[in-house]
Design a protein around this ligand. Structure first.
Ligand SMILES: Nc1ncnc2c1ncn2[C@@H]1O[C@H](COP(=O)(O)OP(=O)(O)OP(=O)(O)O)[C@@H](O)[C@H]1O
Ligand SMILES: [Mg+2]
Length: 254
């Protein structure tokens, strides 16, 4: 099976500091990858580089075999590469229904002309309702974002991302800032993602990582120090030293 997402020898420095140091990753449809590593390791920078939010110094990004290194961020979204942000970037005065509708119209190239009338567009509204139902947000669909809980806002971000019909989904700490009582819903939303979608999730909560990921990539000081199975990651000496020490030694890890 050919890779749906490939990053080759990606490099980026900020003022002489290598934040992304020769990073290569490939993903296939259905992959469930967790990208972990210490604060400042370069995880968010990696996402910014591959999505086109930041220009790399060198290296290539390929989507479905096509090199997109010089394609802008919107063009990469159109080709199926979608990300969420570490901190929510929702519009506080807009409703969940409006957010998802906007994503659908953007996906279909219908923004501008149509937005504003979407409530009377049955095709769009059916999809909006269906998507928000899947994420358990249907009853909040016409509330303003600033009136709904943070955990629900994070679920809405997943709904917006899914409305763009991604082939590759990059999630930057989707449960960050969410009270423990609400992380179960986010975890369920992740478990319910389409089986053929390739998902890479940045996450610090190792229990969540181990429940979600079939493969773990560890970034430390901008470089990949491990790419392999969840079972092996806790045994890796470099990973234990760089990041996982206390977790790997804890009794709940086999
Ligand atoms: N625009 C920028 N200009 C200069 N330095 C930057 C910029 N963006 C990120 N950095 C630096 O790059 C390094 C990596 O940051 P990044 O946000 O990618 O880390 P991270 O792994 O996502 O960390 P966290 O787990 O805390 O979210 C940090 O040292 C950060 O200060
Ligand atoms: Mg980050």
């Amino acid at each position: 099976m050919s890779a749906v997402f490939e990053v080759a020898n990606l490099k980026k420095s900020f003022g002489g500091l290598a934040v992304t140091s020769d990073v290569s990753i490939s993903m296939h449809p259905g992959d469930r990858v967790a990208l972990i590593g210490p604060n400042g390791a370069g995880k968010t920078t990696f996402v910014n580089l591959v999505t086109g939010n930041l220009a790399p110094d060198s290296g290539d990004v390929r989507l479905g075999g096509e090199t997109v290194t010089r394609v802008d961020a919107a063009g990469r979204v159109k080709r199926g590469l979608v990300r969420s942000f570490q901190v929510t970037r929702l519009f506080h005065d807009m409703t969940p229904a409006e957010h998802v509708a906007l994503a659908i119209l953007q996906r279909d190239g219908r923004t501008g002309r149509m937005f504003g009338n979407f409530l009377s567009m049955p095709g769009v509204m059916d999809e909006v309702t269906g998507m928000l139902h899947t994420l358990g947000l249907e009853r909040l669909m016409h509330r303003k974002v600033n009136e709904i809980a943070y955990g629900q806002q994070r679920l809405l971000e997943i709904a917006v991302a899914m409305a763009l019909k991604p082939k590759v989904l990059l999630l930057d700490e989707p449960a960050a800032g969410v009270p423990q009582s609400d992380t179960g819903r986010i975890e369920q939303a992740l478990a319910d993602l389409p089986a053929d979608l390739a998902v890479l999730m940045i996450e610090h909560d190792m229990d969540l990582v181990f429940r979600f990921a079939k493969r773990v990539i560890v970034l430390a000081a901008g470089a990949i120090i491990f790419d392999g199975s969840p079972a092996d990651v806790t045994k890796d000496a470099r990973v234990r030293e760089a990041y996982l020490g206390s977790y790997a030694n804890a009794s709940h890890v086999a």
